[in-house]
Design a protein around this ligand. Structure first.
Ligand SMILES: [Zn+2]
Length: 106
């Protein structure tokens, strides 16, 4: 799968909350634990990957920079705010796509 196609697939799964995190995979008995393999004690959810996991610190900083460059509210980095698709929706979605590709998790 080429990078553009892979990015589109990741973005689609992200938008319908179906990225294959350990939480989701565990729900379908595909993996034995829902926890993050890197953090061990934290459940691996999309918000864990986007906001908390230290493994993805660098891609997260890049994502936040790209979103903040859109002149949105700099102080609000909540998941709700990050996912708010406003007039900059296309740019934000491309930033998320880049984030997930950079993570090399999926
Ligand atoms: Zn983690």
């Amino acid at each position: 799968m080429n990078k553009t196609r892979k990015g589109d697939v990741l973005l689609s799964k992200f938008r319908i909350n179906m990225l294959p995190t350990n939480k989701l995979l565990h729900r379908f008995n595909i993996v034995s634990s829902s926890n993050c393999e890197f953090c061990i004690h934290d459940e691996e959810t999309i918000s864990h990957i986007l906001l908390h996991c230290s493994r993805y610190r660098d891609p997260r900083l890049q994502l936040l920079k790209e979103i903040q460059d859109l002149n949105t509210d700099y102080s609000d980095t909540s998941l709700q705010s990050l996912l708010n698709l406003d007039k900059n929706a296309k740019i934000k979605l491309r930033a998320f796509e880049k984030f997930f590709l950079s993570c090399n998790r999926f």
